[in-house]
Design a protein around this ligand. Structure first.
Ligand code: I3S
Length: 124
């Protein structure tokens, strides 16, 4: 096959700006501090950066956190914040992150993409 048909189907979005706050670290409650961050998925982790990363080439600095997805749980929550479209990721080590965007479609798209990554990194 040549031409357009030889290309991979358009990759799903693997990066997204969201508000992030870590509310618990290894089971210990943290002070909420919402920050607008660039989050990016690889197959095993959600990477959290201060600035949007280039799609190709070396990664810019500013990586502030790495959220391991293997054994993580993702769920929508209305209780943990007064904001809309908030979902929580709980890691297997007991760290809890809230992620939020005002746009419901952007939030649910990112939720679904992360959930799929969790599912595939959790399955043997
Ligand atoms: O869960 P909380 O404590 O109501 O969260 C709010 C506070 O963390 C607040 O910070 P300070 O209490 O440090 O001033 C934040 O500014 C708010 O954004 C938090 O609430 P939301 O509902 O936005 O997650």
């Amino acid at each position: 096959v040549t031409g357009a048909a030889a290309f991979e189907p358009l990759a799903e979005v693997k990066g997204q700006h969201v508000n992030v706050t870590k509310i618990s670290e290894s089971g210990k409650k943290q002070r909420k501090n919402w920050t607008w961050m660039w989050t990016e998925l690889n197959s095993e982790q959600l990477l959290v950066y201060k600035e949007r990363q280039q799609e190709t080439g070396p990664k810019a600095g500013g990586k502030t956190d790495v959220v391991p997805l293997c054994g993580a749980v993702i769920e929508w929550t209305k209780e943990k914040s007064s904001r809309k479209n908030v979902f929580q990721i709980t890691t297997h080590t007991g760290s809890e992150y809230l992620l939020q965007v005002d746009s419901y479609s952007a939030a649910s798209k990112w939720y679904d993409t992360i959930r799929k990554a969790i599912d595939s990194s959790t399955k043997p």
